[in-house]
Design a protein around this ligand. Sequence first.
Ligand SMILES: [Zn+2]
Length: 370
Amino acid sequence: MKFCSNCFNDTEIKNIINSINNTDVCDIHNVKSEHIYDTDKHDNLVPYFEALVDVYTVASESQIEIDKAKYVRLKYDLLYNWKIFNDVCKPENVHNIVKSICKEKYEESPSLFDNDIVIEELFDLEYKKEYSLLKTYSWDDFKTSLIKNNRYHTNIFNKKLFEQYCWAAPKFYSAGTKFYRGRISDKNGYSLEDMGCPPLKNSKAGRVNAEGVECLYLANNIETTINEVRAGVADYITIATFELQKDIIIADLKNINKISPFSIPDSNFLVNYAINKVHLSKINEEMSKVVRLSDTKLDYIPTQYICDFIKTLEREGSTNEVVRFAGVEYDSTLSSNGYNIAIFDPTLFKATNIEIRQINSLKYESTKIM
Ligand SMILES: [Zn+2]
């Protein structure tokens, strides 16, 4: 079977296929490419996919009691849960591609490819205690324990594991990159000086920072900024452009649940990542939650805890320098193509330009909840 790198989403797999020089036609896309993986000629992908298939156990052979509703099929799990393949691939295409990459494995145990399978560790409490980000607890348990039991230290959150995921989801920005911040103002707007972080004594708690801790919240474009400040019709907004003063690296929480399972060559990583995808998605979801008037400072404590931890991480870079995350990045629920960053040290950015806008119209969408 022959396929091209565009049949995949996974960056590691794409890079491997793109490094192969072999001109042919992709069976899925039906287009010619200079980089075609041909399962009759190449075997670079075999160890990757064999390791992934090895994560599973045939459901009927599992020793653990598992609810049948939790059984999965390889083709659907790789496509919809791991998101390794591009949407152009249908489940049957995935089935054929994986079968033809792992020819020997398929002959050995066809049931793994054709029948119901499970990741046993997902249902193994002892395993989860050690390798799940929240052990056997839920996000709500974690939140309650921080709020009601111990604000600054917890045994629930597996920091060592989370650190590994943070370094696997870096985002680099070069000096000169522009971001935006908006504030509701009057017609005359605010001055450049008033558009940075509030002075420390007025610094309110947010999703990333505790009260009294500095943090600069910025959005990737003007549309997101306008949505994030949630102005009313006829309100004026002052929007400042902020320019990055030096190259930085930030922890990309919006992609931390989309790390390539092949990026860390360790079979435990695959299993652990499968267990933790749900928690990692929850972290981005909590970061992106719309700030409601009814929120109390306590609602932000779990994300503050996580961001404070990210702030402490450091490691040695390629030229022996100490590398630290300058902030975090997360989705904006208020803008479909937008995202936000929160920067720990506001002096990394300089406000360079101001514009004042007026809101002409708003669009409300609602869902009946009662
Ligand atoms: Zn293709």
